[in-house]
Design a protein around this ligand. Structure first.
Ligand SMILES: Nc1nc2c(ncn2[C@@H]2O[C@H](COP(=O)(O)OP(=O)(O)OP(=O)(O)O)[C@@H](O)[C@H]2O)c(=O)[nH]1
Length: 371
């Protein structure tokens, strides 16, 4: 029993949707169930009492509530959800207006109009909800005051009608204010969480992905490569003799060198390639759909540019070079193995005079062994 109730409440919910969307889906499920049950019970009661037009109205509303719930679950699209919510609100508004006009059971029908403001605001959001509520208030006011002696409108006293309208306006105002504050808090929370998420994945100095962001990209690329069988390559770049740059220019200018180098590196990459700050003065390249030879080629280009265009640091030109170690990632070489290989190739490049690109597979020296 509890299991099927839970299944019903969560029907249509998906982990791919935003929290806000899932919350709306669950509330639509709950509201439709409550609306369906109450209208069905009241409709049956009216039927037993021989009030056939009231019972037909309530049964129809019960069916519409059920349809609106099925709509969002069956079609699982944003458009279906909008239709479902629209249907639900229209059904509620028409039903409560009919109860207002006919008076319902012993003239208690108007009591149900207080459901309209919170439900409309929650489902339609602040702006659309406000428009819908203004329209609803106008129609209600016309029904209450525009047909004073009409036989098809229930007989309410003037005092009752004015109090009903005032109290309805008060509830509408409070619901609108609540929805406005709720949306503002939600937007702020969303903005902050996006900022934190961004900061957690990016390096504040270069604005590139940081090591954590790079790891996530590596895992994503690896999964893609396993599916598509299209290999990719990783490379680690380490700026040469960076300690002496820091020592001569100072740490702040050293930071500026890192910033400018990151721009030189990224300016030569294709849109689909990824550059990250791997740590300290090390950068990580991810070359998608590229084998080791292709990555070595691309890095040779970058190395050339770095050699031929000195950096302008605080008005003086300085010549900065970098060494690169490259490894391919394929179904036989996983990420940690490839990173280890790129690191070993980088050390080899450093040991062999720096300012060069070294692919792991070219390390054919007999003295070299993979750790
Ligand atoms: N300015 C600055 N320096 C950093 C940063 N991160 C690491 N470093 C410095 O980078 C230097 C790295 O020096 P080493 O690892 O000795 O290597 P190197 O001087 O680059 O020499 P090789 O790598 O052998 O060519 C250290 O002095 C670190 O303090 C940073 O964010 N900003």
């Amino acid at each position: 029993m509890f299991g099927s109730l839970k299944q019903y409440v969560f029907s249509g919910v998906s982990r791919h949707y935003k929290d806000e969307t899932n919350r709306r889906i669950m509330v639509v499920n709950l509201f439709a169930a409550v609306g369906m049950s109450i209208t069905f019970l009241l409709g049956s009661r009216a039927f037993i009492d021989g009030e056939y037009s009231l019972s037909t109205t309530l049964y129809t509303a019960s069916v519409v509530f059920a349809i609106s719930q099925r709509l969002q679950v069956r079609f699982a699209s944003a458009r279906a959800r909008t239709w479902s919510i629209t249907l639900l609100i229209i059904c509620l508004m028409v039903l409560t207006l009919l109860l207002l006009i006919t008076g319902g059971k012993d003239n208690t029908g108007p009591l149900w109009i207080y459901l309209v403001p919170p439900v409309t605001m929650f489902f339609a959001g602040f702006v659309r909800g406000l428009i819908a509520l203004i329209a609803y208030t106008l129609v209600s006011a016309i029904v209450l005051f525009g047909f004073n002696d009409a036989s098809f409108v229930a007989n309410y006293t003037y005092a009752f009608k004015t109090r009903l309208l005032y109290s309805f306006l008060t509830v509408s105002f409070l619901s609108a204010f609540y929805e406005y504050s709720r949306q503002k808090s939600y937007d702020t929370a969303l903005y902050l969480s996006e900022q934190f998420e961004r900061q957690a994945k990016h390096d504040h100095l270069t604005q590139l992905l940081n090591r954590r962001g790079a790891q996530q990209c590596l895992e994503r690329e690896y999964a893609r490569m396993l599916r598509s069988k299209r290999k990719f390559s990783v490379a680690i770049a380490d700026i040469d003799r960076f300690k002496s740059i820091n020592d001569t220019l100072g740490h702040e200018q050293g930071d500026e060198v890192l910033r400018q180098i990151s721009k030189v590196f990224s300016s030569r990459l294709r849109g689909q390639d990824i550059l990250a700050r791997w740590g300290g003065e090390e950068f990580m390249f991810i070359f998608t759909d590229t084998d080791e030879a292709g990555a070595v080629n691309a890095l040779e280009n970058i190395r050339d540019i770095l050699n031929n265009a000195p950096l302008n640091i605080n008005g003086s030109e300085i010549h900065v070079t970098s060494s690169f170690g490259v490894s391919e990632v394929n179904p036989d070489i996983d990420i940690s193995c490839a990173v280890r290989r790129a690191d070993q190739a980088l050390y080899y490049a450093k040991d062999n005079g720096r300012d060069c690109v070294c692919g792991f597979s070219s390390l054919s020296s007999p003295s070299f062994s993979e750790n």
